[in-house]
Design a protein around this ligand. Structure first.
Ligand code: B16
Ligand code: MG
Length: 206
């Protein structure tokens, strides 16, 4: 193991609820049923894939242009909410874990579906910390496709087999396994049968 690739939303910082609130504004406006349970299904998916999951709850059909407008409006709501993120919003234990990995000489990267990843990293003071940032701006296929993690490995110059992934989304665990990487879970991803262990298991082998 030479490198650890971290998912961003739900692992480094808890923006998942902010995604939920931003989508909720859209679904309320469109009178589409939406709750935390549906929101769990959106973890790790791109904005476009997220909207398709949400629209499964309605009979109403939307044109490509209407979908683009909804996605843009959702992102405006989301950007307003992440404007107040700060280093205080790092999830518990993450600063210590990141410090330990660097001290031990591991490379660290981000592997996130979010196109807002650079902005979020800037807000939480970690934009210059990672050796590579692979995010929604670099990929065509989002999780469960392995592209975002393979891109991170390529950016690091480390073979996929020498990378491990930390994820909160079941689709993220699936993506890591498809990339030939070990996958460690937090939160919702602990329910994935494909995981190699929990974040605690990873910490025990460092
Ligand atoms: P954006 P991650 C993912 O981030 C989120 O889990 C997912 O809910 C979101 O739809 C996706 O980013 C795209 O985000 O709208 O900011 O481009 O968990 O892969 O870090
Ligand atoms: Mg996530």
């Amino acid at each position: 193991m030479k490198a650890v690739i971290f998912d961003l939303d739900g692992v480094i910082v808890s923006t998942d609820h902010l995604h939920y609130l931003a989508w909720k504004k859209i679904t309320d406006q469109e009178h589409i049923p939406f709750n935390e349970e549906v929101n769990h299904l959106l973890r790790g998916l791109s904005r476009e894939a997220s909207l398709e999951v949400i629209l499964k709850q309605t009979e109403k059909s939307y044109t490509v242009e209407e979908k683009k407008d909804l996605i843009m409006l959702k992102n405006q709501h989301y950007l307003e909410s992440i404007a107040s993120l700060s280093p205080d919003d790092l999830l518990e234990g993450i600063p210590e874990l990141l410090g330990l990995l660097k001290d031990k000489g591991y490379k660290v990267a981000i592997g996130s579906s979010s196109k807002n990843a650079p902005y979020i990293l800037k807000q939480i003071g970690l934009l210059d910390f990672f050796d590579a940032i692979s995010d929604g701006n670099h990929i065509i296929h989002s999780k469960p496709d392995p592209e975002v993690f393979l891109k991170a490995a390529e950016m690091l110059g480390v073979s996929p087999e020498a990378c491990v992934v930390v994820e909160d989304a079941k689709v993220g665990i699936e993506a890591a396994k498809k990339a030939g990487m070990k996958a460690y879970a937090v939160g919702d991803a602990l329910n994935s049968e494909l995981k190699d262990g929990s974040l605690l298991d990873l910490m025990l082998i460092l």
